[in-house]
Write a protein that binds this ligand. Structure first.
Ligand SMILES: [Fe+2]
Ligand SMILES: [Fe+2]
Length: 282
């Protein structure tokens, strides 16, 4: 039996906070009266983040004719919602990189980003209305792994190496070793960050989407497919076979068959090819 959410919180202790700049950006992005100026001021306090935003504004993904040289230009070009995604992505990146217990840090982050790009492509192909939310949810789906690695570096490091060497399934090893898994931890973290319920639910149920609350089930199913595509390309830690149940459930939820999935997979792979520069830039 997995432990209760309350026991989980007690076990984990303090969770990594959402970086302050990210929290401020989220607040501004949610305010309909907020101005570009306000957003620019907050982001401008973080040099690394500002540089990243400029880089992405100029990346091949947006195919800009003229070079974007100022933060204000970048915000106008990308829009509030993309800026919000970049800021959350950068917080996630820091956490994924910090939490990899020295093992395959880059791989954890690339897995998140590839899942996000693939998830967004699936969302578009399936005409899901909130593709940006899919992107963020997929980006965060495994964040619980990072928290576990930060909290229990030795034990979780050993576990990750076992999974990496294909000597066990991550989720069941986590449950056996800790009494909870990265999906539960991810939910707890994102709940404390208070970003969006759908993103919490995707972290919680991406291995078992049918369990997600009905209002988030489609989004969680699409995230599960993004995760599956990333692992099928060997971008991540673990075997794609371990996601068979999640994939089956996702197809059932979305009402599509395996051949439709295959067609959408092509689209998602094309999106990955197109957004490759985003992956290496970030
Ligand atoms: Fe996972
Ligand atoms: Fe994953």
């Amino acid at each position: 039996m997995p432990i209760s959410p309350q026991e989980l919180i007690t076990n984990l202790g303090d969770l990594p906070p959402l970086p302050q700049v990210a929290a401020q950006v989220l607040r501004i992005a949610a305010d309909p009266d907020a101005s570009t100026d306000e957003l620019q001021k907050v982001i401008g306090t973080d040099q690394a983040l500002s540089a990243q935003i400029l880089k992405i504004a100029n990346s091949a993904m947006f195919g800009m004719v003229r070079e974007v040289t100022t933060l204000t230009q970048a915000i106008m070009t990308l829009g509030f919602s993309t800026i919000k995604s970049i800021v959350i992505a950068s917080s996630a990146k820091n956490l994924y990189s910090r939490g990899a217990a020295g093992l395959q840090e880059r791989l954890m982050w690339e897995h998140a980003l590839v899942s996000a790009i693939a998830g967004r492509a699936y969302g578009r192909a399936l005409r899901f209305p909130r593709t940006e939310e899919v992107f963020l949810a997929a980006l965060m789906h495994d964040i619980g792994k990072s928290v576990m690695a930060i909290k229990f570096p030795e034990r979780y490091g050993v576990l990750m190496r076992t999974v990496y060497n294909e000597q066990g399934d991550g989720l069941s090893l986590e449950l056996d070793t800790f009494g909870f898994d990265h999906a539960m931890v991810g939910e707890a973290l994102l709940h404390s960050w208070n970003i969006a319920a759908s993103i919490e639910q995707a972290a919680r149920w991406h291995h078992d989407p049918i369990q997600a609350p009905v209002e988030h089930r489609n989004l969680v199913a699409i995230v599960a497919l993004g995760n599956q595509l990333a692992l099928s390309q060997n971008i991540g830690i673990g075997r794609v076979e371990s996601l068979a149940t999640a994939t089956e459930e996702a197809l059932e939820i979305l009402g599509i068959d395996a051949s439709t999935l295959e067609a959408h997979q092509e689209t998602a792979l094309e999106a990955l090819e197109r957004d490759k520069s985003l992956i290496s830039d970030f």
